[in-house]
Ligand binder design. Structure first.
Ligand code: PLP
Length: 397
């Protein structure tokens, strides 16, 4: 069967490749400790599950409008108004199955072939994939350790050309856990306004920021009208498998995105949307508890990782990822790059991590090596897993 040419431009998410490797090793009876998975290891809070049961029992099993149920969009509009300090109306909200579809839909809706699109590198791999898929030029913006894993605004400015129409930012950031301080967001906003650039602001980790409050670029004067906020339930409420997220954007864009939903999924599952409303409006104890546990684990994993010879790990500001610099460890172990190190850790030490290259090819002047570990796993696993890495490295130097 013939496959369309455009598929040659579509990328993927390598975390799923590692997941397949981990599953295969486990099937073979190997004991693997996985730091590779980017999803909370908690159950969805009970009140949310109960609301979903209730919705099913009440027969909420039919189509909803493509943009989502008005009631749910109202609660999202209120939530975003309160948390981002901007006025949002329900017709500026589109509900979708997960946060991810907002990446696809917003780029489909706003980016033309030949446009240049800025995106963070390292970064969530779907940005680059979708930018290429629509025939635009993907222009990586380096996210560097020396800048606290924020954006170097001077470098960013140099990447803007007359063809730049769209920019993706992600704060708190996957894979580094870094976040963009307000002063940098203000400078980025200035550039976007000056050069008429639309921003996709991926804020899926907005509730997992540990130092200070989450800042959205949409709250900077002049930016709400050129920003698409991506957020959702997956990470905050441990609802990855429910597939529930949303975008907040100017009404004209929301209508276009809803039209894409009509052409694709028709709508997001009805009972899931009712559960989502409960997530936003009901008790927040579950989400608060998870955040507290993540904060505790963050301290532990950073302190343990800094005991590994050749590892240097900063305390990240948000999400549930750490991104240690492993340049020295690669040298000590004779690995040519982080991919080789990740493979050795998986097959020889029984620990799954993701190499830097799972988040895009290295930037032109990037010399250092990194790996990503997700601490969305138990404290016991963290201690045991990092001890394995310590023993493995120590035995070989
Ligand atoms: N954006 C970022 C930065 C992510 O890390 C993820 C998931 O890992 C998503 C979006 C997608 O989230 P969802 O599972 O809600 O589609």
């Amino acid at each position: 069967m013939k496959l369309a040419k455009r598929l040659e431009r579509l990328g993927t998410e390598n975390a799923f490749v590692t997941l397949a490797k981990v599953n295969k090793l486990r099937e073979e009876g190997k004991d693997i400790i996985a730091f590779s998975i980017g999803e909370p290891d908690f159950d969805t809070p009970r009140n949310i599950i109960d609301k979903c049961h209730e919705a099913l029992d009440k027969g909420m099993t039919h189509y909803t409008p493509s943009a989502g149920m008005l009631d749910f969009r109202k609660s999202i509009a209120k939530y975003i108004s309160n948390t981002r300090g901007i006025e949002v109306s329900p017709d500026e909200v589109v509900v979708v199955p997960g946060g991810k579809p907002i990446i696809f839909y917003s780029i489909m809706a706003c980016v033309d072939e030949g446009d240049e699109v800025l995106y963070p590198n390292p970064g969530y791999p779907i940005y680059e994939s979708v930018i290429n898929f629509v025939g635009a030029k993907a222009v990586p913006v380096p996210i560097e350790e020396s800048k606290g894993f924020s954006i170097d605004v001077d470098k960013l400015e140099k990447l803007i050309t007359p063809k730049t129409t769209f920019m993706v930012i992600n704060s708190p950031h996957n894979p580094t856990g870094g976040s963009i301080p307000r002063k940098d967001l203000e400078k980025i906003a200035e550039l976007c306004i000056k050069h008429d650039i639309t921003v996709l602001s991926d804020e899926i980790y907005s509730r997992l920021k540990f130092n200070g409050k989450h800042e959205s670029i949409a709250s900077i004067p002049g930016m709400k009208e050129r920003t698409i906020i991506l957020d959702g339930m997956s990470k905050t409420y441990a609802m990855t498998g429910w597939r529930l997220g949303y975008g907040v954007m100017p009404k004209r864009v929301a209508e276009a995105v809803a039209q894409l939903v009509t052409n694709d999924a028709s709508c997001t599952a009805t009972f899931t949307q009712l559960a989502g409303k409960e997530a936003l409006e009901g008790p927040q104890d579950g989400a608060d508890h998870m955040k507290k546990v993540f904060a505790e684990r963050r301290e532990i994993i950073v302190s343990e990782l800094n005991k590994v010879p050749g590892f240097k790990c900063h305390v990240p500001d948000g999400a549930f990822y750490v991104f240690p610099n492993v340049t020295e460890a690669c040298k000590l172990l004779g690995c040519k790059d982080s991919r080789e190190l990740a493979d050795k850790l998986l097959y020889e030490a029984g620990v799954a991590v993701l190499p830097r290259t799972a988040f895009g090819v290295k930037n032109a002047d990037e010399k250092e090596e990194y790996i990503r570990l997700s601490y969305a796993t138990s404290t016991e696993n963290i201690v045991k897993g990092i001890a394995r890495i310590i023993d493995y490295v120590k035995a070989r130097i």
